[in-house]
Design a protein around this ligand. Structure first.
Ligand code: FE2
Ligand code: FE2
Length: 274
């Protein structure tokens, strides 16, 4: 495969992702914002600090990520990628805004800093585009069991709907990341790819321990255990690895990428191939 073909394929994929994020920019606001339910004191204790931290993390500006995305665009000729990345970052910021709105309704103040968030940002400062995406995707993978638990940690219908809505977006985000990682590692040998994915898996397992320490009140309120968190995160990660490894025509052929998609939705990459 020539460089030019790879560049064209990358451009087609990024264009499809830009279209997806644009179409999802102003989703129908069907969340029950007027739900009068107020968290009980024990529910509030279970979710308050945790939601504050996720609201902070989802609201990142992503300036450095974007600068790295622009460097990637210059190197590969995929000039649409930074636009797709910008829209992706805005979608994360929408999650932050929605969590903030929920917090304000419940009288929960926002926080400006948290050590886990600071450590994540610091690690990403040291990294190149791929490592930064891998750190980011670790948070995306863990977001799946987290929002599943958050939606079930209280009797708030609003928090349940909001968590389900964010989960739908996160399913697409994992697919977007799989597409990006597969492009970045396309030139590597199978052995090296396996080695990197294995190291990433250990990083994920370590991060699950930190997440459990910081957010266990949410998981236990939802009846989830650490083993359940780890099992769910590793299962999402295995799907991500398969999707990244089998991206392109082969993945489309066997429909594997559908695993990450909300039911009935067509993958942007499927649309791009049509
Ligand atoms: Fe998010
Ligand atoms: Fe996300």
């Amino acid at each position: 495969m020539s460089i030019k073909m790879r560049s064209n394929e990358s451009l087609v994929l990024s264009t499809a992702w830009r279209e997806h994020f644009e179409a999802n920019r102003n989703p129908t606001e069907d969340l029950p914002w007027d739900d009068p339910y107020r968290l009980t004191p024990s529910e509030r204790r279970a979710v308050e600090r945790s939601v504050q931290q996720f609201q902070l993390g989802e609201g990142a500006q992503g300036r450095r990520l974007l600068a790295r995305g622009q460097a990637y665009a210059r190197a590969t000729g995929d000039i649409v990628f930074p636009e797709a990345l910008t829209l992706f970052i805005r979608e994360e910021q929408r999650h932050s805004g929605q969590l903030l709105r929920f917090m304000l309704l419940q009288g929960i103040p926002a926080v400006g800093k948290h050590w886990v968030d600071s450590v994540f940002r610091w690690v990403r400062v040291l990294a190149g585009l791929e490592l930064e995406l891998r750190v980011l995707v670790t948070a995306e993978v863990i977001a799946v069991p987290y929002y599943r638990a958050l939606g079930r940690a209280t009797r708030s219908a609003l928090l349940r709907s909001l968590s389900d809505r964010i989960l739908e977006d996160e399913a697409w985000h994992l697919q977007f990341q799989a597409s990006m990682l597969s492009r970045l590692e396309a030139q590597r040998s199978r052995f090296l790819r396996r080695l990197i994915w294995q190291a990433h898996r250990w990083f994920l397992a370590g991060t699950c321990c930190v997440v459990w320490i910081e957010h266990r009140s949410v998981f236990t309120a939802a009846g989830r255990s650490f083993r359940g968190l780890l099992r769910d995160a590793l299962s999402e990660f295995a799907g991500l690895e398969r999707a990244a490894g089998l991206h392109g025509a082969e993945a489309r052929q066997i429909g594997l990428t559908k695993r990450f998609l909300p039911s009935g939705a067509a993958s942007p990459e499927r649309r791009a191939s049509q």
